[in-house]
Design a protein around this ligand. Structure first.
Ligand code: FCB
Length: 450
């Protein structure tokens, strides 16, 4: 049983659900540009239609109300609310105001992400995260939004998954903008991104009374296969926060979270990157580490580990008989929602909120006209059982399902479905899946049940 103040929510992101990418003075974002490059998106789709939430937000909110969620996490498209000459775009701002007003009427608390990957193209053309002034642009954008939504929104996430921004957007090149950074550029961009976070926190604290704010990284916890083995858990913990100069370093936890929560990069950062370090001042580190309220974290998967005879970690690929997601990276590892929060809490000592967790499936409309998704139900239930277990020993405040609606799954396009609501993109209709009703019961009872 979760306690009565526990927050249950759903999350979405602007580019993935809104559609209407040319409306009301919106300028191009890097995803508008990227999706036009042949071969970048698996099924050749883009965000131009998707769920149409820019016009259908009242329907979204009606469904949220039916679920009876406490909170709705959505993101603001920077390219809708700021023009190419860096001025507020009132029509774009009005959309988010109406959305927030409608949520208020439904008694659902908005949780707003300021940056869920859709950088305005004109800013990318000025260097994006490599531009030393990007944090001033981000602070200005934050100032405009927070003032416009004053009295309606008090809870903010500055940046979603810095790991994916850097690893997928600038190392692998699978995500927008797809420009590959050298190590020197990567570290500079990461530092600038963290300054964006810091300046936004400052603006939010100045503009809003009783605000809450933090950043929402993602991670893939190392899970001890034998839960009783303390040494194994200790080694998994160490590996989770490890920083090495390898292909994956932009995808690690500590390079972002240590500066935000502990006030500095990990010690090894200065050693392994000594030849490519950006200029890091005490003032920057103070800015980046201003107090935040929560540890938000997006968790989907993890990896099991055991120890060999010399007590070295060995990655285990074993099949537990759980349903499998239809997206390559989503192995079902429910214990990720136990160990991930536990490790984070031990190191950073702040209350935890799971800002995304969900399952990707080949959902179909059955002959009875319904969408039966027992695999997603199984996934949510197993993960929540682990979260409930860990919430007995650490402070866990909430859980957001990804996602309310099927939507545009970045480079994987429209065929990868994560929603509690099925979207029939051709016929423009929506069908609540079985998992929708399952989540509704969980919220009603604040507990998991089989
Ligand atoms: C996360 C993203 C989110 C969604 C889910 C499936 O990495 O934050 O937008 O694509 O994965």
């Amino acid at each position: 049983m979760f306690n009565k103040d526990f927050i249950f929510g759903c999350s979405t992101a602007s580019y993935q659900i809104e559609g209407y990418i040319d409306s009301d003075g919106k300028c191009e974002s890097i995803w508008d540009t990227f999706t036009k490059i042949p071969g970048k998106i698996d099924d050749g789709s883009d965000g131009s239609v998707v769920c149409g939430s820019y016009k259908r937000y009242k329907e979204d909110i009606k469904a949220l109300k039916e679920l009876n969620v406490d909170s709705y996490r959505f993101s603001i498209a920077w390219s809708r609310v700021i023009t190419e000459n860096n001025k507020p775009n009132i029509k774009g701002l009005e959309y988010y105001k109406k959305l927030s007003q409608e949520l208020a009427k439904a008694n659902i608390k908005p949780l707003v992400t300021l940056y869920h990957w859709d950088m305005p193209q004109w800013l990318e053309d000025k260097g994006g995260f490599l531009n030393d002034e990007i944090s001033d642009y981000f602070a200005y954008y934050t100032d405009v939004v927070t003032k416009y939504l004053d009295g309606l929104v008090s809870d903010y996430i500055t940046i979603n998954e810095p790991q994916c921004i850097m690893q997928l957007g600038h190392r692998v090149g699978a995500h927008a903008p797809g420009t590959i950074y050298t190590d020197k550029e990567m570290l500079q961009a990461i530092h600038n991104l963290l300054k964006c976070h810091g300046k936004a926190v400052k603006v939010i604290r100045n503009n809003i009374k009783n605000s809450t704010v933090s950043i929402a990284p993602c991670s893939r916890p190392m899970v001890p296969k034998d839960r009783e083995n303390e040494l194994l858990e200790e080694k998994c913990y160490e590996k989770y926060f490890e920083l090495k100069r390898d292909y994956e370093y932009p995808n690690t936890v500590s390079i972002y979270m240590d500066p935000v929560f502990l006030g500095d990069y990990p010690k090894e950062y200065y050693e392994i990157f000594s030849d490519v370090l950006p200029n890091i001042t005490k003032e920057d580190l103070d800015l980046i580490s201003q107090p935040v309220d929560f540890i938000y974290q997006n968790f989907y998967s993890g990896n099991y580990y055991s120890l060999d005879e010399n007590n070295n970690l060995v990655k285990e690929d074993f099949y537990k008989g759980y349903p499998e997601g239809n997206i390559g990276w989503l192995q079902v590892v429910p214990e990720a929602l136990y160990y991930g929060p536990k490790y984070l809490y031990e190191r950073y000592k702040k209350p935890i909120i799971i800002s995304e967790n969900g399952f990707c499936n080949n959902d179909v409309i059955s002959l009875d006209g319904k969408v039966h998704d027992p695999e997603r139900i199984d996934y949510i239930e197993r993960y929540l059982m682990e979260l409930e277990k860990v919430s007995k020993i650490i402070d866990v405040k909430g859980y957001y399902v990804w996602s309310l609606l099927d939507n545009f799954e970045w480079n994987n396009g429209l065929r990868k479905r994560f929603g509690l609501i099925y979207i029939d993109y051709q016929n423009n209709c929506r069908i609540k899946k079985d998992s929708f009703y399952f989540y509704k019961k969980i919220i009603k009872n604040k507990k998991i049940f089989s």
